[in-house]
Design a protein around this ligand. Structure first.
Ligand SMILES: [Zn+2]
Ligand SMILES: [Zn+2]
Length: 371
């Protein structure tokens, strides 16, 4: 049997190919991909930034936000994952060794020891030269490694909305779990894209006292969605002074937590630092593309005891909570899902995600290999 796949062969070049599907071992499974979500990392991957940083190499099948049904499964895998043929599951991107210090500590997303390759082993970033090559979601099938971490999806959750589990899980870990946010806190979220909205959804469900979201004039629709999902205040960053507005809203105190999820822009990092209270926390999770540097007055951090933490993945608790939250609230959250495409149109989908098609405002995009 063969799988139809979209292979990235060069920067901004995806090619449709066929690839042989190997036999499934006792501790493996075959996932029939029904949907694959896109995020900023897909844009970075498409443009070739990860190859330039020597994190990945071509050719590879991208796609790290896959949802699908178990088409075939070995006896050991069925037992350890608790799933059977026909179950719909969402994948975590990471493949982990389960034995190194980082894995044993629970930080399995920082495991570097599984495969004999340099990059963090993760679906969507493993070259086709390694093993069977079917490692990405831009494909009809993914051959699941024994170390895969997956989550069973409830049948009532519509497929088109299911890929939003990634953005909401990011919001949960970045705005709640790591900064240990509680209901009395004020959280500033810089950037109203899917991760920013995921953070709004997380904070609103946790009863956070004040949720403030920044965006640009062109993000009006996303800022309206942020309010619909529970944000108390929105700031238009290219028209208003972000720090002044946050200080007015908080009575001069500042936010407890500031989360930057803006892609490319560096001013939000400075705004985040200047918007938190003394002893406040800044979480950086927006990818800046590696070329832009941010000048920080470190004395400010010292005298005000502000901490800065970089985060890039979600974690098992956040995924489980995101799927539960999404399943309960999908009707309300549906407007966040803006586009869906067949597999053959994935390049167009990524370009829309990157904002390269004027007039197309993307938040959550899914591609569907079965269509
Ligand atoms: Zn992603
Ligand atoms: Zn490990």
């Amino acid at each position: 049997m063969k799988a139809r796949v979209m292979v990235q062969v060069a920067d901004r070049r995806l090619e449709e190919q066929e690839r042989e599907i190997p036999k499934v071992g006792v501790d493996q499974a075959l996932l029939k991909v029904e949907a694959n979500g896109l995020c900023g990392s897909d844009v970075e991957q498409y443009k070739g930034h990860f190859v330039q940083k020597r994190l990945v190499e071509y050719p590879l099948i991208p796609g790290h936000e896959a949802v699908g049904v178990i088409a075939e499964i070995g006896a050991d895998a069925a037992k350890s994952w608790g799933v059977k043929v026909g179950d719909r599951v969402a994948l975590e991107p990471h493949l982990t060794c389960g034995r190194c210090p980082r894995c044993l500590q629970g930080s399995y997303h920082l495991c570097r020891s599984l495969l004999p390759i340099k990059q963090p082993p993760s679906y969507g970033y493993i070259p086709m030269s390694y093993g069977h090559g079917l490692w990405g979601g831009y494909s009809e099938y993914i051959h699941l490694h024994a170390r895969t971490i997956l989550h069973k999806l409830p049948p009532e959750l519509p497929l088109e909305l299911s890929t939003m589990y990634q953005a909401i899980a990011a919001g949960i870990r970045w705005s709640l779990h790591v900064p240990k946010t509680t209901f009395g806190d004020t959280v500033l979220i810089l950037g109203p894209g899917q991760r920013g909205l995921g953070a709004v959804i997380a904070c609103a469900n946790a009863g956070v006292k004040q949720i403030i979201v920044t965006g640009l004039e062109r993000d009006r629709r996303k800022l309206d969605l942020a309010r619909a999902f529970g944000a108390h205040h929105t700031i238009v960053a290219d028209r208003e002074n972000v720090v002044e507005r946050v200080m007015t809203i908080t009575g001069g105190r500042g936010a407890d937590v500031a989360l930057d999820v803006t892609p490319g822009a560096t001013q939000p990092v400075i705004d985040a630092i200047n918007s938190v209270r003394n002893g406040g926390q800044v979480v950086l999770a927006g990818i800046k593309g590696g070329t832009k540097k941010v000048e920080i007055d470190t004395d400010t951090l010292v005298f005000r005891e502000v901490s800065i933490k970089g985060l890039w993945t979600q974690g098992i608790d956040a995924y489980a909570q995101a799927i539960e939250l999404l399943s309960r609230n999908y009707k309300k959250l549906a407007p966040m899902h803006t586009h869906e495409f067949p597999l053959s149109k994935v390049a167009t989908a990524i370009e829309i995600m990157a904002g390269e098609h004027p007039g197309q405002e993307a938040i959550s995009i899914s591609i569907h290999p079965g269509r």
